[in-house]
Design a binder for this molecule. Structure first.
Ligand code: NAP
Ligand code: MG
Length: 495
């Protein structure tokens, strides 16, 4: 296990090229500093890719497509297992790189990498049983086959880089597509280091990584005429732009956008356990995730005790240096996000919500650059902006409820629908409520309970399509129906 003390040298390169056609190319537009989110030090420099490099990457991906899509599934599956092996073998170093690049606590990355490694293994296996239809029909045979789409343009955010890389690459490559992936400018280092490790694993051109700014590399990628599929995770604003481009060009698209998940607490719960689960639910990923349970609805019978304990628990969350394994909350990704989060606390105060605990930036010695924000608990009405808009920081709202139909209505009265949580010992209540919630994933009694093969994706403005499951293979293939008749109809058949 890598710890702050053992990592003296991450062996990062001084600067990186763009991973195109199996080689690292020098960018034409120079480099961008890759910053340690907590202490502000320059970790390395990533290439500032643009139109020229996107064009090269898309060409390489198109050239590689025919052979890759015709590679037997057994071979593609074996290669994806090899990708998983490489990730597994190098995970401790990659975790630390990602921890420093993003500012998230090192402790969290065991989950990230478990999910990421698992993704490659899952799709390496799933592709082997991803079957079409083949059956005899009267006077012939019917075949429905699943064909790869071509070059997939994939754009990912900075919050959970390796989870995002695996969610995007594994199904796309398993299905026989080639990829041009643009990581987020704020957190590209683990992705580009991973590409280095895969240089001799995947055939040239199958995977291409173009780092750079969203408005340059990202925009050039979605605008490129020779791509065949768009996949995006990030903000609703850019998601709409990607969706619009897909609409205009009639390209298949999958979008994973924001979230503002309700987490409903029934009066029958063990309060200590519920508080623990709720705290994990709103603070994990440094509060920077679309799946967090940030809208807590607590039954009035236990509201006061629950909130009191929630505050006490928030006080215990250890804020500290991201590389310290005992840290549970650390630096947000950058100043812009830090100010945005603090700005939301101002909005909360202005609209009459009450900050019960937290709301402040704290200083962690040696990391004065970083935006470390206290776990923040805000008492709010469910229709206030603070309870409706994605904060993307370690904060939750708490709202009292008494009537089950009313709480379901409040929970659903939000633009998003990615995830939801329910805590109760009454399974009838739990399932009745789960059935009525407008969310792609509902976790009962254990938040973030990601399960093998379970589709992940959003209702409403949280997105289009599903990842993490076999359904993703449908989004990365198109069906071809071939109907064979053994004999042509007799002459005169049409008379
Ligand atoms: P964002 O702007 O949507 O960024 C996501 C990705 O899209 C990044 O790789 C970004 O590149 C790229 N991008 C930006 N503009 C683009 C364009 N015009 N064309 C193509 N690609 C483009 O998200 P953000 O600014 O990082 O975060 C803003 C908010 O989005 C957050 O506060 C949060 O609410 C939400 N968010 C959601 C998720 C999620 O998992 N659903 C993740 C992160 C953020 P660069 O960043 O390199 O410029
Ligand atoms: Mg960084």
């Amino acid at each position: 296990m890598v710890t702050a003390k053992t990592v003296v040298d991450l062996k990062l390169e001084e600067k990186y090229g763009l991973f195109i056609n199996g080689e690292f190319l020098e960018p034409t537009n120079g480099h961008i500093d890759a910053i340690n989110a907590a202490n502000g030090k320059v970790l390395s420099r990533i290439a500032r890719g643009g139109k020229v490099e996107i064009d090269l990457a898309v060409k390489a991906a198109n050239n590689a497509f025919k052979e890759w899509s015709n590679t037997p599934i057994e071979e593609r599956s074996a290669l994806l297992h090899k990708v998983a092996d490489v990730l597994e073998a190098n995970q401790e170093r990659l975790k630390m790189i990602e921890c420093m690049d993003t500012g998230r606590p090192i402790h969290e990355f065991d989950l990230d990498y478990k999910l990421a490694i698992y993704q490659f293994r899952y799709f390496a296996s799933a592709i082997l049983t991803f079957e079409g239809i083949s059956r005899p029909i009267q006077n012939g045979h019917l075949i429905v086959k699943k064909e790869a789409l071509g070059v997939c343009a994939q754009i990912i955010p900075w919050n959970v880089p390796m989870i995002m890389v695996s969610f995007k690459l594994a199904p796309a490559l398993a299905a026989g597509n080639t990829v041009v992936l643009k990581p987020a400018e704020d957190a590209s280092l683990s992705t580009i280091e991973f590409a280095k490790l895969l240089k001799d694993v995947l055939p040239k051109g199958v995977l291409n990584i173009v780092t750079g700014y969203g408005t340059e590399a990202g925009q050039a990628l979605i605008d490129h005429p020779d791509i065949h599929k768009l996949a995006f995770t990030g903000s609703v604003g850019v998601g709409r732009l990607v969706g619009k481009t897909a609409g205009e060009r009639l390209l298949p698209v999958t979008l994973e956008l924001g979230g503002k998940a309700p987490h409903i607490v029934f009066p029958d719960v063990d309060i200590d356990r519920a508080v623990e689960n709720a705290t994990l639910g709103y603070t994990f990923f440094n509060g920077q995730s679309c799946v967090l349970g940030t809208r807590l609805f607590v039954h009035e019978d236990i509201y006061d005790e629950f909130v009191e304990k929630l505050i006490a628990r928030a006080k215990e969350v250890k804020i500290g240096d991201p590389t310290d394994p005992s840290t549970r909350l650390s630096s947000l990704i950058n100043e812009k996000q830090g100010k945005r989060v603090l700005g939301y606390f101002d909005i909360a105060r202005e609209e009459g919500a009450k900050i019960l605990y937290g709301g402040n930036r704290v200083t962690v010695p040696g990391n004065e650059h970083g935006y470390f924000i206290e776990p923040t608990i805000i008492e709010a009405e469910s229709d206030m902006r603070i309870a409706q808009e994605e904060i993307f920081g370690p904060a939750c709202t708490v709202t009292r409820w008494s009537d089950i139909d009313e709480v379901i209505e409040m929970a659903n009265n939000v633009q998003y629908g990615l995830a939801a949580g329910i805590m109760t010992e009454n399974l009838e209540n739990a399932l009745n409520t789960a059935n009525k919630l407008e969310a792609g994933s509902v976790w009962i009694n254990q938040y973030f309970n990601f399960q093998s093969g379970a589709p992940f994706g959003g209702f409403k403005d949280s997105g289009v399509g599903r990842e993490y499951s076999k359904e993703a293979l449908d989004h990365y293939t198109q069906s071809k129906t071939i109907v064979v008749a053994y004999q042509m109809p007799p002459a005169g058949f049409f008379k």
